[in-house]
Design a protein around this ligand. Structure first.
Ligand code: GLN
Length: 253
């Protein structure tokens, strides 16, 4: 358990980070930092639990976040992930907001078959399958989503993901590859699950997705999303915006 922050009215939001030891590359940890900071700005108390293989899965779960990983990291967590599968499927079906990136995106699907032919079974939250190719898809991506507008990020993967019938893409790719080299889809959406290939990290570059996850989490736990920034946070924002204006040579407002 790390990163407890208690505000005055103690409206806690429990964020569970899946497998940070093995599945957390290209800055994916930044997604958790953004959720924590924005929750605080909105007057909620983030409680972040890091879940690694063998840990006890927490009983209070409002948001689930998972990052990318090497094929070897995916092999390390696969057994533990299978044992968590019924819990994660139930939470996803119940509408718990989740963000899964690249390696865990693949394993939220049916399977990832690596380029060497190893089949790493997924947990079937998403009706997708992933096949490792000989080329890695690497570079900056610009995509366009109906829900979130433009989504920017960075991809680096050998797996090519294909969406089944029960799942919608997160976005359409305008620059880069996204899910695969055959169609223009990027990521996947199911219920309140947002899945994407994009590192960067994703949430600092695309805060609308962070706010979606936070709003869903607050609605589920407290009935509605009511941002109530604390006075200190207002003061902080004011100070940051003043510094930024000074730095840019602009007159104070
Ligand atoms: N190992 C997977 C692949 O190469 C996922 C990579 C990642 O998470 N960036 O496709």
């Amino acid at each position: 358990m790390s990163g407890e922050h208690e505000n005055r009215d103690g409206r806690r939001i429990h964020v569970v980070q899946l497998y940070p030891r093995d599945m957390n590359i290209y800055g994916d940890f930044g997604n958790v930092l953004v959720l924590k900071q924005r929750l605080k700005w909105y007057g909620y108390s983030p409680v972040v639990t890091e879940y690694n293989p063998g840990d006890v899965f927490p009983s209070d779960v409002d948001v689930v976040v998972g990052g990318g990983g090497q094929d070897s990291g995916q092999v390390v967590i696969q057994q533990d992930l299978q044992q968590l599968a019924p819990t994660l499927r139930q939470l996803a079906d119940d509408g718990v907001p989740m963000l899964v990136i690249c390696g865990l995106y693949q394993l939220f699907g049916r399977f990832f078959k690596t380029h060497e032919g190893t089949v790493i079974p997924g947990i079937g939250v998403l009706d997708i399958e992933t096949h490792g190719g000989s080329d890695r898809l690497i570079g900056n991506v610009l995509s366009e989503s109906v829900e979130f507008g433009e989504i920017h990020g960075y991809e680096n993967h050998s797996g090519q993901t294909f969406l089944g019938e029960g799942v919608e893409p997160l976005a359409r790719v305008r620059k880069g590859e996204g899910n695969n080299t055959k169609d223009d889809t990027e990521g996947a959406r199911y219920n309140n699950v947002v899945a994407s290939y994009l590192h960067g990290s994703l949430l600092p570059k695309n805060p609308a997705i962070a706010d979606f996850l936070i709003a869903k989490a607050a609605e589920r736990r407290y009935g509605s999303f009511d941002p109530v920034p604390s006075e200190e946070d207002f003061a902080d924002l004011e100070r940051l915006s003043r510094l930024a204006r000074e730095h840019a040579g602009l007159r104070p407002r």
